[in-house]
Structures are given as structure tokens and as C-alpha cells.
Design a protein around this ligand. Structure first.
Ligand SMILES: O=C1O[C@H](COP(=O)(O)O)[C@@H](O)[C@H](O)[C@H]1O
Length: 223
């Protein structure tokens, strides 16, 4: 794991957006299309605000979430809504979005429909992931009902997930799909998440799911 520390959150957003854009541009030199995976939640908005203005051939970029909350796309907690409003705008409005949500009561009902659009987009070219203070990443939650499956090297690309205390059902890319990204970044802010990351380094992936991808990742942190 590489760890990069920034003086503040604005600097992190600017530098990380540049870094992601540079990695995408470099792969676009030799590939027709690239796949960018991004997190939802509260952290990535300012990075999206900078990244969407990058001078890239966005028409050749497929954007996909690392995970989704099973709520309609106009729901305030929808990760898709966040990406559409903060990333797929400005220059990046030319990018295509690969959906992780479809209208159905439960994610189980839609895995078979959503997965075939994801598989041809792998491996991920550039992945940016978040992490919660409980050491989850994407929707790989400690004590999640499908966590063991999601951590398996032969897991399907998409795994439904529920865990005690979560407001919604979830759907998540599985650990091996995330770990196999050509460029893999995790973004965290604040002392509590820095401490959680340090704890995760000494735990198993079942205890601290972020552990499943940590060895391959660069972690970006600001106070
Ligand atoms: O629920 C989620 O949580 C994580 C972390 O979110 P944050 O609000 O603490 O930044 C996020 O990476 C994930 O995509 C999201 O669904």
C-alpha cells in the first residue's frame, strides 16, 4: 500500500483529479475505451467537481460505480444521482454510465440483468474507492450477509449485500473485480478514517473488508 498525505481537502481533490485524468489519458493512448470506477457517499463530490473538467476524450470513457444503494436514481442517497450531478457534467458529460441499479424490489432480481453490461468493461482501468470508518469499501461491509461470497476469488462480478444497521439493500462489485483494477486508489478524509485504515492493516478481510484491496492500492488522505 502507498499512502499519500495532502495538506487539505481542496489540494487532495485537485491533485487526485489530475492523477486520475492522467491515468485515463495514458491508457486511452493504446486502448479504444477505458473504464473508470468511482465511489458514492459523501467523500468524492469535490474530486468529481475537478475531474469533470479534465481535458480527456470522455466519449471513450465508461463510468461505473463501485457500489450502489438500492434506491431509485432520484433518491437523495442514490450514488448514481451523485455521479450524474457531479461527475457526468462539463467535459465528462460525453462519458457513458454503466448502471448498477435497475427498478426492482431487490438487487438479487437484477444481478443477472446488470452483470452482462459490466463484464466486457473489465478489467477496470482506473478505480477510485471510498472507505467508511467501519472499514467497508464499496458495499463490502463487515458482517455483510454476502461478504464471504464477495471476497471469494471466483465471486460473480456483482454481489447483493445487506448488513445490520444499513438503511438500504446494496449491490457491490466483488473484491477481485476491484483488486484487479490497473490503477487502484482509495480516498479517505479525517483522523477517524486514518485510524480505521491503520487498524484494517492488521485485520483479515472478513473483519475489515478494505483489507481485500489494500495491498494493490494507493491511499489518498487529507485531515
Ligand atoms: O455507503 C457508501 O460508503 C462508502 C464511504 O462513504 P463516505 O460517505 O464515508 O465517503 C462509499 O465509498 C460507498 O461508495 C458508499 O456506497
Amino acid at each position: 500500500m502507498n499512502f499519500v498525505e495532502y495538506p487539505d481537502r481542496d489540494m487532495l481533490a485537485i491533485d487526485l483529479a489530475n492523477k486520475l485524468a492522467g491515468e485515463l489519458a495514458s491508457i486511452l493512448h493504446h486502448e479504444d475505451r477505458v473504464t473508470l470506477v468511482v465511489p458514492g457517499g459523501t467523500t468524492p463530490g469535490p474530486i468529481f467537481d475537478d475531474l469533470c473538467a479534465a481535458d480527456l476524450d470522455w466519449g471513450r470513457v465508461d463510468v461505473m460505480l463501485s457500489d450502489e444503494r438500492w434506491v431509485p436514481e432520484d433518491h437523495p442517497r442514490s450514488n448514481t444521482k451523485l455521479v450524474r450531478e457531479r461527475l457526468l457534467t462539463d467535459h465528462a458529460s460525453a462519458a457513458s454510465m454503466v448502471p448498477l441499479y435497475a427498478d426492482a424490489d431487490a438487487p438479487e432480481d437484477m444481478v443477472a440483468k446488470l452483470a452482462p453490461a459490466i463484464e466486457p468493461k473489465l478489467p477496470i482501468s482506473v478505480a477510485l474507492l471510498g472507505m467508511g470508518a467501519d472499514m467497508h469499501t464499496a458495499s463490502l461491509f463487515p458482517r455483510g450477509d454476502n461478504l464471504r461470497l464477495a471476497l471469494d476469488a471466483h465471486a460473480p462480478v456483482l454481489v447483493p449485500m445487506r448488513a445490520e444497521g444499513l438503511e438500504e439493500q446494496r449491490i457491490s462489485l466483488s473484491a477481485h473485480v476491484l483488486r484487479d483494477a490497473i490503477n487502484l486508489h482509495i480516498v479517505i478524509m479525517g483522523e477517524d478514517k486514518k485510524e480505521a485504515l491503520e487498524r484494517a492493516r492488521h485485520l483479515t478481510a472478513e473483519e475489515a473488508p478494505v483489507r481485500a484491496i489494500l495491498d494493490n492500492a494507493t491511499v489518498h488522505w487529507a485531515p
